[in-house]
Design a protein around this ligand. Structure first.
Ligand code: IMP
Length: 483
């Protein structure tokens, strides 16, 4: 009997709820031996699990008790897309952490991020328009060491796509080439925007990418690259690209700053810190399904290196990963063994609006895959689970959950490798569902239907983590908390 079968028997046959029908006894945010009031939230699967909404909510909760909260966005760039809904306002955020809408919050764009300056300015303008304000409610700080991600990178990535590499599924936002510049030891960083020899630096950079693209028989100046809203723009000549950057530079200048001392002081203070990882554990370049992975460090451990050893993830009070409760989604070229049959997938896609916030691509919908999730949770030492979309459940549609993989009838383990996954056959259990619509108004654990309680127990025990929260709708108040 594998681990999941024994949990299944315990929950569904013996009726054991492992105390998950009650709140956690002690407040996890002030656990002994940990840095009090610190939390990291990462996507636990393949992205788009609602991290932005959760970090927004955690920030708001801290701000109801403290004057100041730091919201540290750690990795990725304009490839990310979180939709945050506060009251009637709905905003898609890409490079800004979700705390940006809250007064009293300092939103940090960390060193491991790749920043597209023009898209960031557009995003700030969109936020200001949506909230009808002239300045952001939160204070914004951009680490001077954060990497620049430019139209040159987007053009180059576009070139790579036609050369049939793992870039095929990418968001086209130039993320991998911007990170590759670090490995090639010639990245441009935010601080370069402030340097007196910027014109020289950007010229060297432009010419290098021009030459690389020439080698692919492409002309950099003529290539079209996406803007924030997906519309296309020609890269143009060096001076045209530099003129666009100059405009963005003027606006971003006041936010660019060294962050080491500031973060060091914050970490040692009592100020609550919410770390937000972008993308997801299953998109990490080492733990994701090779080759369609992203280029940043998506792990919890990433915050240790991006803060230059200040924020030790093992001392963070709550290390939480979010998953969609009853299904999983994926965008890109990876083919999951657990892809759902299209009839149910398209219903879920419409009910849960499963379209990319950045690319608007319809997302692939898959069944929950416990072998994959437990691999990701184990390699990242996840401690707490957040389940979003608990309301996506249909009474007459049992929830299929993958509990094993087989090759030639023999049980095999999960490997993060597309070629390997193409060979495996998933083995499912079917679990009793509940009427998801009825969950929209529920806020207390004890009001949850028994089948939903059994389900959240089965998943969290199978993944060996404590349950922190579950969401039952898009609004901030549609959340059930176990603490
Ligand atoms: P890149 O990050 O644009 O290089 O894309 C690499 C892979 O990660 C592709 O499969 C993308 O679809 C996926 N990806 C990147 N960012 C996100 C995200 O925020 N949500 C879901 N998938 C993402």
């Amino acid at each position: 009997m594998n681990h999941f079968s024994s949990i299944y028997n315990s929950v569904y046959k013996k009726g054991n709820l492992f105390n998950l029908d009650k709140k956690i006894k002690s407040n996890p945010f002030i656990a002994q031996g940990k840095r009090k009031n610190s939390v990291i939230v990462a996507g636990g699967a393949l992205g788009d699990e609602g991290k932005g909404r959760i970090t927004d909510e955690l920030t708001a909760d801290f701000l109801s008790k403290y004057d100041h909260v730091v919201h540290y966005r750690d990795n990725g760039g304009a490839n990310a897309g979180h939709t945050v809904q506060v009251g009637k306002i709905k905003i898609a955020l890409h490079q800004l952490g979700a705390g940006v809408l809250q007064k009293g919050c300092t939103v940090i764009i960390g060193k491991e991020m790749v920043v597209h300056p023009e898209d960031l300015v557009l995003e700030i303008e969109e936020v200001l328009k949506a909230i009808n304000k002239k300045t952001l409610p939160a204070k914004l700080m951009i680490d001077e060491m954060a990497l620049l991600c430019l139209d040159t990178h987007r053009a180059f990535e576009n070139g790579l796509k036609t050369h049939s590499t793992g870039s095929k599924g990418s968001t086209g936002r130039g993320i991998a080439p911007a990170y590759a510049d670090v490995v090639f030891r010639n990245p441009l960083r935010m601080r370069d925007l402030l340097s007196s020899n910027w014109d020289e630096k950007i010229a060297t950079h432009y010419n290098l990418y021009n030459d690389w693209l020439k080698g692919m028989s492409l002309k950099l100046s003529q290539m079209e690259v996406p803007r924030l809203d997906g519309s296309l723009l020609k890269v143009g000549s060096l001076s045209q690209m530099n003129a666009r950057l100059e405009k963005a530079r003027k606006i971003l200048l006041p936010f660019i700053t060294p962050l080491y001392d500031y973060m060091s002081d914050v970490w040692q203070s009592k100020t609550p810190i919410v770390f937000e990882k972008a993308q997801a554990l299953g998109l990490d370049k080492r733990w994701g399904v090779y080759p369609d992975v992203t280029a940043s460090d998506c792990t919890f451990d990433g915050i240790f290196s991006s803060t230059e050893g200040i924020a030790d993830p093992n001392l963070v009070a709550v290390k939480a990963a979010t998953i969609k409760a009853t299904y999983s989604s994926s965008v890109g070229s990876r083919v999951l063994p657990t892809m759902m049959e299209e009839k149910l997938a398209s219903k879920i896609r419409e009910d849960a609006n499963e379209y990319g916030a950045t690319t608007k691509r319809p997302r692939d919908i898959a069944h929950i895959d416990l072998p994959m999730l437990s691999f990701l949770f184990k390699t990242n030492r996840v401690e707490y689970l957040v389940m979003t979309h608990l309301d996506i459940s249909y009474l007459n549609e049992p929830i299929k959950v993958c509990v094993d993989y087989q090759i030639d009838g023999k049980s095999v383990s999960y490997r993060p490798d597309q070629e390997y996954l193409n060979q495996v056959e998933p083995v499912y259990v079917e679990l009793p569902a509940w009427d998801g619509e009825k969950l929209h108004q529920i806020k207390a654990i004890k009001k949850l239907p028994k089948t939903a309680l059994q389900y959240v127990t089965f998943i969290s025990k199978s993944l060996n983590v404590k349950l922190l929260m579950a969401t039952t709708g898009p609004a901030r108040e549609q959340t059930i908390k176990w603490y």
